[in-house]
Design a protein around this ligand. Sequence first.
Ligand code: 3AT
Ligand code: MN
Ligand code: MN
Length: 551
Amino acid sequence: TPAATQLGMTPPLSLNLPTVAENKASNALIEELKRQNNYESTSETNKRTVVLQSLQAITEEFVRQVTRLQGKPESFVKRAGGKIFTYGSFRLGVFGPGSDIDTLVVVPKHVSVDDYFAYFPDLLKKMAPEGSITELTPVPDSFVPIIKFVYSGISIDLIFSRLEKDQVPKDTTLQGDDVLDGLSESELRSLNGTRVTDEILNLVPQKAIFRTALRGIKLWAQRRAIYANIMGFPGGVAWAMLVARICQLYPKATSSTIILKFFRIMDKWQWPQPVLLKNIVKGRHNVRVWNPQVYGSDRGHLMPIITPAFPQMCATHNITYSTKEVIQRELKRGGDITDNIMSGKAQWKDLFVKHTFFTQGYKYYLSVIAASSTEEAQLIWGGLVESKVRLLVSGLENQPSIKLAHPFNKGFERIHKCHNEEEIEKAKSNLEYQVKDIPTETTDPSPPLEPTNEVVSEDAEVNGGPNTNGAEKPCMVYTTTWYIGLELREGAKSLDLSAEVDHFKKICTGWEKYKPEFNALNVTHTKNYDLPDDVFCEGEIKPVRPQKKKA
Ligand code: 3AT
Ligand code: MN
Ligand code: MN
């Protein structure tokens, strides 16, 4: 009976089997995904398997080494174990050619995170084939301690957790709540990715159907620029949970139907009612679980999508009024197009058409520019500023003249070459430039947003390159720029955003590692026709300056 096999909190809405037309639409979807280069070749995927086998072997050697150093008997050393797990798109089975492998190293209790950073990187270089490890970057003090590297051309995000056990044998699973016993909050966070992905897969009736539908939804969300947790949009896990919920409601449906129902149901969803894949359980561990009855901050979540593994959390707490509005517009568009696809009046490629954020988006944009004097400093400073942009968005939304503050989902990285002190100073003073008003159409053009130096491409000659004509050594300024499209309320002619901008700058520069000598932050306005060329792709038409009428 359906009740016995029910996955999800409510019974299915339909147990209908797919029609011939629905199956045909699913096949057409897979064909289109292939054309869009969404699937990786078997040989590339085999490479991933080899890399993961190697990481498993290195993990075991790492555990043995640390255990031995602690003077444990050799019998204990032999049994200590160690195991890797994956999470993210690889674990979900929706990865493409450019995807990383999100991997988790799990070790017995006597191996610490300090051991991980002390020994793992060297062991990796020693045990992996010569030259196969590049861009090795340990990040010990992040939210989740992580070692990032590229292994045979594949990006790896390697995180770490202990279990409160003497041994971590090969058959270890991370299911159930007992594995969380005795762990710190940080270790809990590290285990969470794998636990959540595994639960999502357990809670969908047909994994292959789920994967195909999720590939479609992820591609759509990326093309429409509504994919990025950090910028206030759903991230990969949140999109996966939404698709999983639809799969629960239509357990026999094919992927084309899942996508159609996804748009229909999510478009009409009564937010802030949460999307849940299973009941929220209060575990015996003393950690916070999403609960709007108890926590005011949880009550503030606009589109809550709740993870299924304990401790259950909201994956979409970053969504703001504006991003919610943008998502809802896109859901409507997606639903209309999918309706047409199902009735033969449109094709899947129409669903995956790129956004028009820069080409036909807004008349006014805010540019948030983070700058540093070195690439390394910019990596850190840019990351900090990026994580705060959505706070500026929230501030702007509270401005009475602003109807919508739409952040683009990605920052643009640029390198500016300055040839002398004057240019650097100019760059710096430009970076300090702060806009008070958005001029109305008739006022003069605003000063340039960017340092007026030549903008060179990423792979251009960098600091320390050859000097021509004995001129001063060129100096680089590294910037990342985020764009926020502004929709003004009717009648709004000019507006003063300095309070919101100042507040945002204070948050960013108040960061403990902010160094005014190396880091700068600038918020300026940009008219659509002043957007830099590199935000447009080949074939896209940059907005042009309206011709001034002669009096
Ligand atoms: P790709 O195929 O890799 O593009 P993905 O879904 O695997 O898609 P990521 O590798 O970026 O995406 O992220 C995998 C998971 O890692 C998702 C989330 O649980 C976690 N994660 C990613 N970025 C962060 C972050 N900044 N902070 C905390 N968790 C993160
Ligand atoms: Mn990934
Ligand atoms: Mn990753």
